[in-house]
Design a protein around this ligand. Structure first.
Ligand SMILES: Nc1nc2c(ncn2[C@@H]2O[C@H](COP(=O)(O)OP(=O)(O)OP(=O)(O)O)[C@@H](O)[C@H]2O)c(=O)[nH]1
Ligand SMILES: [Mg+2]
Length: 267
């Protein structure tokens, strides 16, 4: 992991926002290299990639090190002891904030979240604090997942929106999202309770309670093409139970500090 000069200090004044794309990986050797290449082909200005690998046994970490050697914009965080999608994402977010990112995008490595939506996520952030890549708005789709997983996702979203009262977002379980740095600073990442995928709803819920502006853009979500699925009914049930715990623990959370629109970048 290189940490010499921060991205912000390298940036010319009054330029576009620095965007960090954070990708958690576990056994994604067949996907992550191609994903990085496809993101690079978009030639997005000021883009940094932060990949958080949990010592994947398939050699994802070693592949990332090879790629990072010739790419100053690729940053690899190797977690040797800790495990889990939730804490991996938080480690990546904290790294991106420390380096001075203005916008932080999270996406999966398995091409379910196609990189072609990145420009639109970034564009939408001019008018929002959180931008969600959504399967459940007009032109969004949940493709070839099989009817069971599709309906599980639809019902999980219905349940989460009802319990947490998040009316402005239809796809509360989407892990393809952009946060302005103010959001991640405000949600207090040292105070999270999710270790696994429910981190997705936890951050969304806290951002909602804190009054940040949310927007959705349509995405077509496709099932993972390569590599093994980490989905399990156990994880699904834990996430649904976590919805109730989040409600119990955090529903009284309110913004204490007024967000100053004058300080926003990229307007
Ligand atoms: N660092 C890290 N990343 C993880 C871990 N578990 C999953 N991931 C990554 O998190 C992202 C989402 O996980 P997925 O396995 O795609 O989860 P899913 O989309 O619910 O299920 P499938 O696509 O069917 O496997 C992927 O990029 C994974 O590689 C983990 O324990 N640690
Ligand atoms: Mg996946």
């Amino acid at each position: 992991m290189r940490q010499a000069v921060t991205w912000k200090s390298r940036r010319p004044k009054l330029s576009k926002p620095v965007v960090a794309v954070m990708i958690p990986t576990y056994n994604e050797k067949e996907n992550v290299g191609r994903l990085i290449l496809e993101i690079e082909q978009l030639k997005l200005p000021q883009l940094q990639l932060v990949v958080v690998d949990d010592d994947s046994p398939d050699g994802t970490g070693e592949l990332l090190d090879v790629l990072a050697k010739t790419r100053a914009h690729v940053h690899v965080i190797h977690r040797r002891q800790e495990r889990g999608r939730g804490t991996a994402g938080l480690a990546g977010f904290k790294y991106a904030l420390a380096q001075g990112a203005d916008y932080i995008v999270e996406m999966d490595a398995d091409f379910s979240h196609h990189p072609r939506y990145l420009p639109e996520l970034i564009k939408a952030a001019a008018e929002a604090d959180v931008v969600v890549g959504s399967r459940f708005v007009r032109d969004g789709k949940d493709l070839d997942r099989g009817w069971l997983r599709h309906w599980v996702t639809v019902l999980a979203n219905f349940y989460i929106r009802k319990i947490l009262k998040i009316a402005s977002v239809r796809d509360c379980t989407s892990g393809y999202r952009l946060f302005r740095r103010e959001v991640l600073e405000a949600v207090n990442m040292d105070n999270t309770v999710s270790l696994g995928p429910s981190i997705v709803q936890e951050l969304l819920y806290k951002a909602h309670l804190l009054g940040f502006r949310m927007r959705e853009i349509p995405i077509v979500f496709v099932d993972r093409r390569k590599g093994e699925s980490t989905f399990s009914w156990n994880i699904m049930l834990q996430s649904l139970l976590m919805t109730l715990i989040l409600k119990f623990l955090f529903s009284r959370l309110r913004r204490v500090e007024i967000h100053d629109p004058g300080t926003r970048v990229g307007k």
